[in-house]
Design a protein around this ligand. Sequence first.
Ligand SMILES: [Zn+2]
Length: 221
Amino acid sequence: MGVMDKKLNLYKRQIIQIGQRLYQKGLIVATEGNISVKVDENTLLATSQGIHKGSMTPGQIVKTDLKGVKLEGKGEPSSELKMHLAVYHTRPDVNAVIHAHPPVGTGFAVAGLALDQFILPEVVVTLGTVPLLKYATPTTDELAELVSDSIAQHDALLLANHGALTVGKDLMTAYYKMETLEQFARISLVARLLGRENILPPEAVEKLMELRAQYLRKFSS
Ligand SMILES: [Zn+2]
């Protein structure tokens, strides 16, 4: 087996593992969500359409180029691939994109609420804020353009009335960001239910922003 085939197999195993985690954590159900990884400047691996990501096989992962043209695989690449391609185009530092429908985060996206309050120090440092994109029909160029505009400044997005998207330098980093986004949403929801969401004061946020700058230098994207 050549070096490239070994690399592709490794990434396919990682995609399968991330799909299992997303499903087991309840961040997707049924055939929801999609995952992609940039293998090199001309090669992308993406989950194919209409499959259950909790129990994928290597054959359900499609190889495309960076324009989304299928190079290898049985199924068709995810209908949301345009959104992923827009990310790779805008952010050369990103090698993995995950789209899911985490229920609490998506609840915020349905309620028209961004996750943009500074309430949790570790989230400020590792994730930053999560903007809410306006609604656009899934699978369209319009949605891909909105994603492209926002992902330049953020590693995690909420898509109005739809779900969430996270990116990272590798699949696990993108996955952790999805977990953190959902936990951020859960805690914010509980605080709101308790009637009081105390926002960190500006001087505290300023210190955290210094830590975030260090964090980004160490673990870029
Ligand atoms: Zn979706």
